[in-house]
Design a protein around this ligand. Structure first.
Ligand SMILES: [Zn+2]
Length: 223
């Protein structure tokens, strides 16, 4: 299945400039792990950013800007795509991770909790991002044919599909697809009948569920 949904250019640009929140950045890095198209685009934006940086007046730069830029250029290729495969040492993937499902290398640096029950056919796992304890990131694992309650968002919900697929009334999202759903999106993700779906979700603000029960359950996990 080809990746259909990519981060918008302004999101990639914000990532290149280091302006994204820790949650959004983790989601974008995970997408870039899975998507050669965006990996290339982000490399280009990084280069453009470097050129722009060179053209700026020295007074506008942070004192360590040059050192940081050089460190990035000298460092390992941070857009190299890690392949899903055997569990690496130190991998923090929760027990029961399905065979063959993509595991983002970026999550190895995070603390990932075991799966918790959230509702019939729905489990979740808390992802603690190093350096930003307040970043609201979780893994959602939803069974075949199951759905999340209808909701909208007070700010943005970033979603990266790692395994399986769901349709939310707007489009079908499969492995590798990325979505940023904001206050304009009122949707209900329904997992395809063929198998379960695992997504990495980064929530800025709150998820605003329509139903009182869903709101109560969502609040328990910080959605
Ligand atoms: Zn992409």
């Amino acid at each position: 299945m080809t990746i259909q949904h990519h981060p918008a250019d302004e999101v990639l640009l914000a990532q290149a400039a280091g302006h994204l929140s820790a949650a959004a950045s983790l989601l974008v890095r995970t997408h870039v792990d899975m998507c050669a198209h965006c990996r290339e685009r982000l490399c280009t934006l990084d280069m453009v950013g470097g050129v722009l940086l060179e053209g700026m007046a020295p007074a506008m730069l942070q004192p360590d800007a040059l050192a940081r830029t050089l460190a990035v250029l000298d460092g390992p290729d941070r857009h190299a795509r890690p392949r899903p495969g055997p569990v690496r040492g130190g991998s923090s993937r929760p027990a029961g991770w399905p065979e063959g499902a993509f595991w983002p290398g970026a999550l190895d640096a995070c603390k990932v909790s075991p799966w918790h029950w959230l509702g019939p056919g729905v489990r979740w796992s808390r992802v603690t991002v190093p350096g930003d304890a307040d970043a609201n990131v979780l893994l959602l694992r939803i069974g075949a044919g199951k759905r999340l309650p209808q909701h909208t968002h007070s700010d943005v919900e970033w979603t990266q599909v790692l395994h399986g697929a769901f349709h939310d009334g707007r489009a079908l999202f499969g492995p590798g697809d990325f979505d940023g759903a904001d206050t304009q999106v009122h949707h209900q993700p329904v997992v395809e009948a063929g198998g379960e779906c695992i997504c990495l979700a980064g929530i800025e603000g709150r998820v605003l569920f329509d139903g009182a029960m869903a709101r109560w359950v969502g609040a328990l996990v910080g959605m």
